[in-house]
Write a protein that binds this ligand. Sequence first.
Ligand SMILES: Cc1ncc(COP(=O)(O)O)c(C=O)c1O
Length: 374
Amino acid sequence: MARKINFNAGPAALPLPALERAAAEFLDFAGSGMSVMEHSHRGKEYEAVHDEATALVKELLNVPENYEVLFLQGGATALFAQIAMNFLEKDTTAQYVITGAWGEKALGEAKAVAAMFGANIAVQNVGTGEGKEKSYTRVPAPSEVKVDPAAAYLHVTSNETIHGVEFGVDPSRAFPETGGVPLVADMSSDFLWRPLDVSKFGILYAGAQKNIGPSGVVVVVISKALIEKGRKDIPKIWQFRIHAENKSLYNTPPTFGVYMIRNVLSWLKDQGGLAGMERINRKKADRLYGVIDGSNGFYRSPVEKESRSVMNVVFRLPSEALEEQFIAEAKKAGMVGLKGHRSVGGIRVSTYNAVSYDWVDTLSKFMEEFQKGK
Ligand SMILES: Cc1ncc(COP(=O)(O)O)c(C=O)c1O
């Protein structure tokens, strides 16, 4: 079997050992004579998987005692609405720092909730062209973010998957300092790429399908104090409190997705945990940006250097025709998933944890050769 070199943005490449483990256990999980998918979510076999996945998130990310780890459904998109539903009340304000298309989507859902509850949303748009997707090329320095001390929370998208701009890669682009205002971060495309000080955040959430597993699960790391503050008059299924009280087993969880997360995180631990992962991820990004910057303008990154993402490296070629040719030739060489998002075009290389340095090196050499041939 020839596996592809997969640079998909999500669902994305998963570590081969995690997939092989799933294959080996697929029909007969832990000698039970059943697939893990066939087990009750309340049985001891699944419970062990669920607990191990939760413990691995806590261990890898060094999650403080006063936080909960939840596995929910509906993707990060459901969380866009759920966060607003839990924490907005009449006459309160939530702040949204918008650095790309996913932040815009989060904002849209929050506005709908705010309208229902008589709450307000304050927006800081950090793009250069008033919300046009093409114009997002940077994240703000902490001093640029104006925090309202009375805000219910401040929301950021830590990595904009489409535009390739990310907080916290360069020290000058650290996450904003929000004081007592809970910082909420959509980390869908950069969850667990490196160690992080969780205590700076009120909520981290991430659709699993990029860095830690298959689609269908969203991981939420949330402070217990915020859980307590959440509204009690919304449907139970949307209350973080209910999911925390029930260990994410209030209703049937996506059991196979959680199982795959367990496999991926156990692999991640074997790679030296998040410190080991950060070293590899930075090396991959340096290799790619090195080719781009050394290409005399043949490859162009639209993103300001300090804001460049380690997870989604986006760039342009001199023409759309060359971009198409690049993608087609890369495909012939076994590399897939390089087409930029349809809203912005160009090339996007997603270099999540499961994407090896060797894959990135193969692509980098291909880029150098491709340029030489032009
Ligand atoms: C940063 C970010 N947030 C949110 C989403 C939406 O996630 P989902 O499709 O799981 O709802 C995506 C998906 O690509 C994303 O990249």
